[in-house]
Design a protein around this ligand. Structure first.
Ligand SMILES: Cc1cc2nc3c(=O)[nH]c(=O)nc-3n(C[C@H](O)[C@H](O)[C@H](O)COP(=O)(O)O)c2cc1C
Length: 414
């Protein structure tokens, strides 16, 4: 049987190991993790989710503090429409994150950035424009458009000098979403350079409803492959979601896919941004400990560990400091849910909000433990130590295991 290393992903003049480490916000797919993917000849993703928080932590900037200072007087106000991002600061943060990562790049692989449309930041077009164009300015190899249909995103970059040379692609979960995107991009005479098809077993937000169990990655992939063939479009197709072993990956490559995108296996690596204690939660998780719920204010279902501290927490909305999920009118579904609970329990010092979560706050604090469906198999990828904890893996170990393993095997660490 063939293995991943028997294939190569061709993107322009690049010839790559057909393995992509998917973007995981907020700084779960760190620059260090992405850089390993590139050093080993594949593709690694950084993410620009909550970028100002990320640079404050990594590069000692003070963007969050400054924004909070500016809008502090609005904290008690339900209407968050005045809480706007300073676009110059946004550009500075993006510049730092991308340029530092690109300066550190070694090897033949590539670094892409994951840009989620659902991070509407109280000014969807303006903020996305800055995020995309600044990433291009700073030399990012490619951009993966995610969490949204992105029907206007190519147009936001159209007049950028790197619009036709950077690798630009999109994540979709259905042929229909892809067709809509292709229709729009055809008008700019610019097809995507790659397409990621993300199935229902992925981590993070899902591009499906709560009926996600009715879908499967293989069927959607075959449908999209057939469509591309029929349309005579030779765009690399990259499945994602639940590809847990090198053999799973090789199966998709044999089917005609150009590469695979994976993430969950890398959540328990040293380079991953999750705190060490949280990585142990991922290792320990049983199948029953994982759920898909509707707590995310984005409106997309999200998969997470049931014991995530974010679930049922009732903190005051932190939009003045963060506010990444505010739609263009200063609104977020968590604000409504929180206010409803406060009104229902006027005496309570602290409320519990069960139906929505303040995603900005909890992603920032690594308290929303989003994960892929097969997180419960992570324990089989490492060794349990005498103290009960699992040995963390290196990104190189996991990458090479995907690249070289056969027969469904998973190499344990030395
Ligand atoms: C912890 C975690 C966080 C994620 N965050 C994001 C994200 O911010 N944006 C995104 O487009 N995809 C996100 N994903 C999806 C991955 O990029 C990837 O496509 C998917 O999880 C692959 O499936 P696998 O985890 O089963 O390998 C996340 C996945 C995980 C596990």
């Amino acid at each position: 049987m063939k293995r991943v290393d028997d294939y190569r992903l061709r993107l322009g003049q690049h010839e790559l190991v057909p393995l992509i480490i998917g973007g995981m916000g907020v700084d779960i797919s760190t620059a260090a993790l992405a850089l390993e993917g590139a050093r080993l000849g594949g593709i690694g993703h950084i993410s620009d989710a909550m970028i100002k928080t990320v640079t404050d932590r990594r590069y000692d900037t003070h963007f969050v503090r400054e924004k909070l200072k500016l809008y502090r007087q609005n904290i008690g106000n339900t209407d968050k429409s005045i809480v706007q991002f300073n676009l110059e600061h946004l550009a500075q943060a993006q510049r730092l994150h991308v340029s530092r990562t690109m300066e550190a790049k070694r090897g033949e692989g590539l670094i892409f950035i994951n840009c989620m449309e659902k991070l509407s930041m109280n000014a969807p077009r303006e903020t996305l424009r800055v995020r995309l164009r600044t990433a291009l300015d700073e030399g990012i190899d490619g951009i993966t458009l995610s969490a949204g249909l992105h029907l206007g995103s190519f147009a936001l970059m159209e007049d950028h000098p790197r619009f036709r040379d950077a690798k630009l692609g999109i994540i979709v979960s259905s042929l229909r979403a892809l067709q809509l995107f292709l229709k729009k991009s055809a008008r700019l005479d610019r097809l995507p350079d790659f397409i990621v098809v993300e199935g229902p077993l992925a981590g993070g937000h899902l591009g499906f409803g709560m009926d996600w169990k009715q879908y499967d990655l293989t069927s959607i992939t075959l449908e999209v492959l057939a469509f591309l063939k029929e349309q005579q479009l030779s765009i690399p197709l990259i499945p994602a979601g639940g590809i847990f072993t090198g053999s799973d990956a090789a199966g998709f490559l044999a089917m005609g896919c150009a590469a695979v995108q994976v993430a969950t296996r890398f959540t328990v690596t040293e380079e991953c941004g999750l705190p060490t204690k949280v990585k142990q939660e991922y290792f320990r998780a049983a199948e029953d400990d994982i759920e898909v719920n509707t707590l995310s204010p984005t409106g997309y279902p999200m998969r997470m560990l049931k014991n995530s501290p974010a679930i049922g927490a009732g903190n005051r909305p932190n939009c003045e400091a963060y506010g990444y999920l505010l739609d263009g009118k200063g609104h977020c579904a968590y604000i409504d849910a929180y206010n409803r609970e406060v009104a229902a329990h006027p005496e309570a010092k602290k409320v519990s909000v069960k139906d929505k979560t303040c995603l900005c706050t909890h992603m920032r604090n690594f308290d929303c433990w989003t994960c892929g469906h097969y997180t419960y198999r992570l324990k089989d990828t490492s060794r349990r130590q005498p103290d009960g904890r699992y040995q963390l893996l290196t990104a190189e170990h996991v990458f090479r295991d995907y690249q070289f393993s056969t027969e469904g095997t998973i190499a344990l660490p030395a």
